[in-house]
Design a protein around this ligand. Structure first.
Ligand code: GAF
Length: 385
């Protein structure tokens, strides 16, 4: 962490020729369980991870915002008065989209000073670990502080989501920004996406001799195109046919009726969301009663539901999950929006290396590219540091 803070500070000075006024950081996330439930006003249980994005921020005397990063060569510059989603493209749409989205939540930017922003990240991009939410959350917290806007973290999460939906064009839900802004060390964030109420649920992994292994398949995905939006539309269609404003209002007991009313594909999309909401509630209850060692079957069932009903897995994710479980993982599932990205496996620390080797070997045997496997820990949410 101190390394990327140093990189942010050094990069800022090299790009802009002056010192930053402060550094803000925000983590990526792993979703323990509760996939594609957020935009259905359901339940999710993500955790902030120990991979972060740092933004160095320096005040200017004019009304210009400049953004630069260590992952792009250009410095992008725009006047605060010209900030609209339509003019934003490429990676700068994430940080600059946040500056614009603040105005949608009551921030008055008519008299604030311009800024220089330099962004550094060690959250892998395209791995399903929410590198985009980490940028949005770090920038949202930083701008909220330097411009003294007084927005709370729940609102900042909505600001980040709005930037992603409108400026970036990905129709995503509220989970990732909430995890990044509200996460805490050793805890998962249990979020009700209808009320936006959160509870921190202790994970106790290290004490139980467990670890959370990420298996990044290297299969890149984007939620601004294709499957993600189609799944969201199917959920909305299913809710409309059932006469509901969202699938949150369906329970497992309603599925027989849903089966009578919906076509096969829409029914399976709906069944995933309904059963996944229940699995989140069950996971929270089991974590509290019996600890993480007892949630394996819920993780496995979540993966099967995403593979067979929601159809958002890919062969690499299925192989990662199957191999990890066969090699002794307590449970495993793909994490995030799907169509690529990463799986997670809950493992006993003693089994860790064996499971990593088994996954590497299996990918080799299938002639898939080598996955990147690493342990993550539940970490603090966004902070000034
Ligand atoms: C992506 C989205 F950004 C989240 O809002 C969520 O829908 C997730 O996919 C699937 O659970 O990470």
């Amino acid at each position: 962490m101190s390394d990327i803070r140093d990189d942010a500070r050094t990069g800022f000075t090299a790009a802009f020729g002056h010192e930053p006024d402060g550094l803000w950081s925000a983590p990526g996330r792993v979703n323990l369980i509760g996939e594609h439930t957020d935009y259905n006003e359901g339940f999710v249980l993500p955790l902030a991870i120990d991979r972060r994005t740092v933004v160095a921020v320096g005040l200017r005397e004019d009304r210009v915002i400049r953004v630069a990063s260590d992952f792009a060569d250009e410095v992008v510059e725009i006047g605060l008065d010209e900030l609209t989603p339509e003019v934003l493209t490429g990676w700068p749409a994430y940080p600059l989209g946040v500056a614009w989205a603040l105005t949608e939540f009551g921030a008055d930017l008519s008299a604030v000073p311009g800024l220089d922003l330099f962004i550094v990240s060690d959250v892998p991009v395209g791995a399903g670990l929410s590198s985009s939410a980490a940028i949005e959350s770090a920038v949202a917290l930083g701008l909220n502080d330097v411009w003294q806007l007084g927005l709370d973290r729940r609102t900042l999460a909505r600001v980040g989501q709005r930037a992603e939906n409108v400026a970036v064009g990905a129709p995503t839900g509220i989970m990732d920004q909430s995890a990044s802004l509200l996460g805490a060390a050793d805890h998962a964030v249990f979020l009700d996406c209808r009320t936006l109420e959160t509870e921190l649920v202790p994970l106790g992994l290290a004490e139980a001799g467990l670890a959370l292994l990420v298996i990044d398949t290297g299969v890149k995905h984007s939620h601004a195109t294709g499957g993600y939006g189609e799944r969201r539309e199917a959920c909305e269609r299913g809710a409309a046919v059932m006469g509901l404003s969202s699938l949150r209002d369906l329970t497992v007991d309603d599925l027989a009726r849903a089966g009578d009313l919906l076509d096969d594909v829409t029914f399976r999309r709906v069944r995933h969301v309904v059963t996944e909401n229940q699995r989140v509630l069950d996971t929270v209850a089991v974590l509290r009663a019996d600890g993480a060692e007892a949630i394996g079957e819920l993780l496995d069932a979540s993966h099967r539901s995403m593979r067979d009903d929601f159809e958002i897995s890919v062969p690499e994710l299925d192989l990662a999950v199957e191999t990890a479980v066969q090699a002794g993982a307590i449970g495993a599932r793909m994490t995030g929006g799907g169509f690529g990205g990463a799986a997670i496996a809950l493992v006993r620390i003693d089994d860790l290396s064996r499971i990593q080797v088994a996954v590497d070997n299996a990918f080799g045997e299938h002639a898939f590219g080598q996955p990147d496997t690493f342990v993550v820990t539940a970490s603090e949410g966004a902070a000034r540091n």
